[in-house]
Design a protein around this ligand. Structure first.
Ligand code: HSE
Length: 368
């Protein structure tokens, strides 16, 4: 039996470190998914007895990129452990444990759990009929926080199932599996699950067929996200229901140009341009911000404290600001926390994080 662990998140106690990175998780992809499952011609054999996967938190929308732009952030996320289990009916999956804050709010029925739904989808894609799986979910992310909590669970589960059977599927299939889960629990949008699986910045160009473009932020440039999460739940379904169903031409033109500028800012590593565009949404943010107590004041406080830009992370309530220096990020975070208390009467916590460039990955495995 071999035990291997790697984790950029926590120090590791098991001495033998082995890289388990799957090159399939690192593609830019432009493929559509064939309509019939399974996607593999023969049922793959499991290659591990158990695996553990991590998937990072994500910031969706990034201002004007509603439902089509998102990025992954390091050091925050969910873990899924998965084992072959002779007590589980072949071809099925059982959720044995859910831990972390608010774990009791999540269903252990795999059909109603983000991780379960994505895992089942990957099992279908692979045509798994001969073994049963047992899944345990460690929530590192708070629910309904705007940091892609449901997507991180789905991404970690999709990667874990794929890897236990030898990593036969590529990122586009894994994103499709995660999208199935998102559709059921929060809405049909891939701007959390795609960056959680792929890492970095991802643009979703089309949904049917799924087409994604990875946007490379230059390695040599510093980029820090100041994430300030208040004690307030903003369920994505509710925050989506509040959105306008139609927009006027001037707003369309404005938001399209700002989204273009945001993409240019990412590709050029131009943080000021990126921040300016991030702050500029005239369609979604103005509708949602009044639903999050203090959000307008928090944005103002972030900009006054020197942030290059600030907006709502995903559907909220987390506010995200960008800056090029970690210490200044901490100072900006303090001002944003104060503003949440003063303007919204909400306690909040600040995190300053870098971009996660790797996306969902195995952090441990036990061979058969
Ligand atoms: N694009 C989605 C929304 C992201 O804003 O509703 C949710 O995290």
């Amino acid at each position: 039996m071999t035990i291997c662990f790697q984790s950029p998140i926590k120090p590791i106690t098991i001495p033998q470190l082995t890289a388990l990175s799957n090159p399939k998780l690192r593609f830019r992809c432009n493929l559509s998914l064939p309509s019939r499952y399974p996607l593999t011609s023969t049922e793959p054999e499991p290659v591990y007895a158990s695996v553990k996967a991590f998937a990072p938190a994500t910031i969706a929308n990034l201002g004007p990129g509603f439902d089509f732009l998102g990025c992954a952030v390091d050091g925050l996320g969910d873990f899924v452990s998965l084992s072959l289990d002779p007590h589980v009916h072949p071809g099925e999956i059982s959720i044995s444990e859910i831990s972390g804050d608010n774990a009791n709010k999540l269903s252990k029925n795999p059909l109603w759990n983000c991780a379960g739904i994505a895992a089942i989808e990957v099992m279908k894609m692979l045509g798994i009929r001969s073994v049963g799986l047992s899944l345990s979910l460690e929530k590192g992310l708070p629910l309904g926080s705007g940091l892609g909590s449901s997507a991180a669970s789905a991404a970690a589960a999709a990667v874990a199932v794929n890897e236990i059977f030898g990593g036969k599927l590529g990122v586009e299939e894994l994103v499709m599996a995660g999208l199935k889960s998102e559709e059921k629990v929060s809405g049909y949008h891939a701007d959390n699950v795609a960056p959680s699986i792929m890492g970095g910045f991802v643009l979703i160009r089309n949904y049917e067929p799924l087409e994604m473009i990875r946007l490379s932020f230059p390695e040599e440039k510093e980029l820090f996200f100041v994430l300030v999460s208040p004690e307030f739940e903003a369920p994505t379904k509710k925050m989506r229901a509040a959105l306008p169903t139609e927009i006027g031409m001037p707003h369309h033109v404005w938001n399209s140009s700002q989204a273009g500028a945001l993409v240019a800012g990412v590709l050029q590593g131009d943080l000021m341009g990126l921040g300016k565009a991030l702050s500029s949404d005239k369609i979604v943010e103005p509708t949602r911000a009044p639903l999050i107590p203090g959000m307008e004041g928090v944005k103002k406080a972030a900009i006054e404290a020197g942030a290059f830009g600030c907006t709502i992370s995903g559907a909220g309530p987390t506010a995200v600001a960008v800056i090029d220096d970690e210490e200044r990020g901490v100072e900006i975070g303090e001002q944003m926390v104060k503003a949440f208390l003063k303007e919204g009467n909400l306690k909040a916590v600040a995190n300053v994080r870098r971009l996660d460039r790797a996306g969902a990955r195995l952090v441990g495995s036990i061979s058969r």
